[in-house]
Design a protein around this ligand. Structure first.
Ligand SMILES: O=P(O)(O)OC[C@H]1O[C@H](O[C@H]2O[C@H](CO)[C@@H](O)[C@H](O)[C@H]2O)[C@H](O)[C@@H](O)[C@@H]1O
Ligand SMILES: O=c1ccn([C@@H]2O[C@H](COP(=O)(O)OP(=O)(O)O)[C@@H](O)[C@H]2O)c(=O)[nH]1
Length: 458
């Protein structure tokens, strides 16, 4: 059997908790199959040479971790600059926030070349290579240029925008051409796959040669949809452990007189946090019976704080929460509890279970694993309600949630009110349908489906 080699920007010891859906999902996958996980260590060498990096290889249980330190200049251009200052906003449909004129592209290419140089000597002939996310789009092309003939798959964890938006990236032709160095390219949703299909036919004059298979630049690439899931059994086990149960007990006790709403997100402009807080304010304005009762616990974990747009969103959010608490709060009731900290994942099942409603309302999201975790954590006999943005990848699967347009503030407030008022029978029926879908399409299904498709490509 081939060894699995996973490459992603962010890697984490699979035995330790991680914030961010990708690290969590890949950790679960690799813990099961074993193999090599290669990526950036997260460490920066202040006076390191650009294009150079120290590799540290060690084992963590069944997994070999190969962690690469990067020079400060490289992290600036490759991670903060091109990945998170250009690709992240454009792929989340936010041309207004993209630094398109920046000179970060050369640093992005340099680090992808460095990854290829450091990874190549670790590879075996029959390794199955699985590369992840927007940080590493050109990696397969770099490996191919070094003679690597292994099967290589790519999975994009974030959305792929429509052709006209993608085409605003000055080097979009080069970037998208790099995808043809892969044997298989996977997306989270049908909408992303459709955008890919339109783009390659319109801009790269690719020809469809099979179902979601395209030929251009002398290569054929298979594309497909592989919505990522969570490890349901692992999350249930977490829910039964002491920390989650303690969190459940203390939260229920602390808020015994309240209806609780929960949001758990990285503090990212894609997550629609200001719109969500406004919708909650609208709920209190329009449906006054919720005053002195409904409380929103919003966890906004710090993320990419050295990228400008992330500092701006933090200030906006703080002022919105302050305004609602000032306008509606009282001596014994604070409408919004804003928590700007990472909450350990092992406590989250208890927190989710103590809440009546989850607000998962991104403006755009590749998938959103929090939505799935919330459903799994519920008490089946008295479950909470999921309010979900129609623009999250998860919405294609979780049709029994209350789907909302997060830009429509009164509409979202109305859906929150409906969630708070929903009769037990309807809550149970919706929850059962959601749970069924999440259990069937879990993280193991995702991994199996992608790797089997990759292995079968002729
Ligand atoms: O590594 P960071 O810069 O700290 O960011 C954390 C991760 O954010 C993104 O996650 C995406 O992947 C999830 C799992 O597929 C998906 O549910 C979510 O919708 C996406 O936003 C990013 O794609 C990862 O590379 C980051 O590690
Ligand atoms: O304070 C936090 C915030 C998030 N998470 C975890 O980070 C992941 C977030 O993944 P998601 O797909 O929702 O969004 P992403 O951050 O990857 O865009 C989920 O597993 C959360 O449980 C966490 O452990 N603590």
């Amino acid at each position: 059997m081939s060894r699995l080699v996973v490459v992603s920007n962010r890697i984490a010891d699979p035995r330790k908790p991680a914030a961010g859906g990708l690290a969590v999902a890949l950790g679960e996958t690799l813990k099961k199959t074993g193999g090599l996980w290669f990526g950036w260590s997260g460490k920066t060498v202040p006076d390191g040479m650009p294009g150079e990096g120290k590799l540290n290889v060690h084992t963590a249980g069944t997994v070999t971790l190969a962690e690469l330190d990067l020079a400060e200049e490289d992290v600036d251009a490759y991670y903060r600059g091109y990945s998170n200052g250009v690709l992240w906003p454009v792929f989340h449909y936010r041309l207004d926030l993209a630094h398109l004129e920046s000179g970060y592209l050369s640093g992005y290419r340099r680090v992808n070349r460095l990854f290829a140089r450091k990874l190549a000597p670790l590879l075996r002939e029959d390794d199955l290579i699985w590369i992840h996310d927007y940080h590493l789009i050109p990696l397969a092309a770099e490996l191919r240029a070094m003679g690597c003939a292994n099967r290589i798959g790519f999975f994009l964890h974030i959305p792929l925008p429509p052709q006209q938006i993608l085409a605003a990236i000055p080097s979009h032709e080069w970037l998208m051409r790099a995808l043809f160095a892969y044997d298989l390219v996977g997306f989270q949703s049908e909408a992303d796959l459709l955008n890919f299909s339109h783009y390659v036919q319109a801009e790269a004059t690719a020809e469809p040669v099979g179902v979601s298979q395209f030929r251009a630049f002398n290569s054929t690439v298979q594309a497909g949809t592989f919505p990522i899931g969570i490890d349901v059994d692992e999350f249930r086990r977490l829910g039964q452990a002491r920390e989650a149960r303690d969190t459940y007990d203390t939260t229920c006790k602390e808020y015994s007189r309240r209806r609780l709403l929960i949001g758990v997100d990285r503090l990212d402009y894609s997550k629609g946090l200001p719109q969500r807080i406004r919708a909650f304010g609208e709920l209190l304005r329009e449906y006054p019976e919720n005053r002195h009762s409904a409380t929103l616990l919003q966890v906004a974990s710090p993320s990419r704080e050295d990228v400008d747009a992330y500092v701006d969103i933090q200030h906006e959010l703080e002022s919105l929460c302050g305004a609602i608490n000032g306008n509606y709060g009282d001596l014994d009731w604070m409408p919004v509890r804003y928590i700007h900290r990472i909450i350990a994942r092992r406590r989250l099942p208890g927190l989710y279970r103590a809440c009546d409603v989850a607000l998962v309302t991104p403006l755009r999201d590749g998938m959103n694993l929090v939505a799935k975790e919330f459903v799994v954590a519920q008490d089946e006999s008295d479950p909470g309600v999921l309010v979900l943005s129609r623009f999250a990848g998860a919405a294609e699967q979780l049709k029994d949630a209350l789907l909302v347009n997060p830009y429509d503030i009164p509409g979202t407030a109305q859906a929150i009110q409906r969630a708070l008022q929903m009769p037990l029978e309807e809550r149970r029926a919706r929850h059962a349908a959601l749970l069924e879908n999440i259990c069937r399409y879990d993280v193991h299904w995702w991994c199996r489906q992608f790797l089997e498709t990759l292995a079968e490509i002729r």
